[in-house]
Write a protein that binds this ligand. Structure first.
Ligand code: NDP
Length: 295
């Protein structure tokens, strides 16, 4: 299938690599050096504009920081709209927001372009391994068309419901991730300060009822080892939590715990900067408690 991929970032790159193995792939990135480097290393064609990417593509996939970034690629002489062929399918894998997704879908429908929000979960490792969870919002025929393409990088591909429901699912998921990160930071630093060995604390927690994905996968691999890789920017997690909190507001729900977690995460982003990893708030907590969760 002729597929175009736009956005060769931390997660977009491994997703595009997997697509390049099974589809006729065209790539575009805002910084062109990344596009040419990708095409030199993988089976893909590099193009200089979003319009060129959309031209002749049966499926166009975007993975940018925000829905607003994706929307900005639609218009203008070099924009996607100038290149789309009628009958094309547009899948936005950005962790985006439902109102913008619905607006883009309405704008593209008269061009004969079907749209679905299709954010992903599973991290850069999951993208490399092709084991991402993909949360799709859109009508059933669009989901059926999207499925074989998403299978290049997704393992569990779920039709969540109408347009925007993939965005909602992803935003709530990541907000819960943010809650778990901060809760574990507080709980584990308390245990270490109380004299419990960090590894013993994590292992015991993971054999008990307080465990989570953060305690089972992230803390052992990245925190106890002292590796602290940067794979997902805290700024993007903060953006996801913002989307979830706006959804709560729209629904008239208080969500006071989630609001508090969001406030703390946003504060950590301000302190740590735009390039910090999403687990870095744990380091802030370590500093506050004067301990290290390492060993
Ligand atoms: P990065 O910050 O690593 O990369 C962002 C990409 O978007 C880059 O290719 C960048 O181009 C491009 N970009 C940024 N702004 C614009 C713009 N205004 N117009 C065009 N291109 C733009 O992000 P990730 O790859 O980590 O994340 C992408 C999306 O996937 C986000 O929505 C994120 O929340 C989500 N996600 C990320 C995960 C992860 O583990 N990293 C996990 C699950 C979801 P340039 O090279 O020019 O800077």
């Amino acid at each position: 299938m002729r597929v175009a991929f736009l956005g060769l970032g931390a997660i977009g790159t491994p997703m595009a690599v997997r697509l390049s193995r099974v589809h006729d792939l065209t790539v575009w990135n805002r910084t062109p050096a990344k596009t040419t480097a990708f095409a030199a290393e993988h089976k893909a064609r590099a193009v200089p504009t979003p319009r060129e990417a959309a031209k002749g593509a049966e499926v166009v996939i975007t993975c940018l920081p925000t829905s607003a970034d994706v929307e900005s690629l639609l218009s203008g002489p070099d924009g996607l709209e100038a290149g789309f062929a009628a009958g094309a399918l547009f899948l936005d894998c950005t962790s985006g927001d439902a109102p913008t997704s619905r607006r883009m879908a309405a704008r593209l429908a008269p061009l004969g372009v079907a749209f679905a929000d299709a954010p992903v979960s599973g991290g850069t490792n999951g993208a490399e391994a092709g084991t991402l969870t993909v949360m799709v919002g859109g009508d059933a025929p669009t989901f059926e068309r999207a499925l074989p393409v998403l299978q290049a990088f997704g393992k569990r591909i779920v039709h969540m419901g109408p347009l925007g429901s993939g965005d909602a699912m992803k935003a709530v998921n990541n907000t819960l991730l943010g809650v778990n990160i901060q809760a574990l930071a507080e709980g584990l630093t308390a245990l270490v300060a109380a004299g419990v060995h960090p590894r013993l604390a994590v292992e015991t927690l993971n054999a008990s009822s307080g465990r989570s994905f953060v305690s089972e996968a992230l803390i052992p691999d990245r925190v106890l080892t002292g590796a602290w890789p940067v794979t997902f920017r805290l700024a993007l997690l903060d953006k996801d939590v913002g989307i979830c909190l706006r959804l709560l507001d729209e629904l008239g729900l208080p969500g006071s715990l989630l609001h508090e977690a969001g406030r703390r995460l946003h504060q950590a982003r301000t302190e740590l900067g735009e390039d910090a990893d999403y687990l870095a708030p744990i380091r802030l907590e370590e500093r506050r408690a004067g301990v290290e969760i390492r060993g």
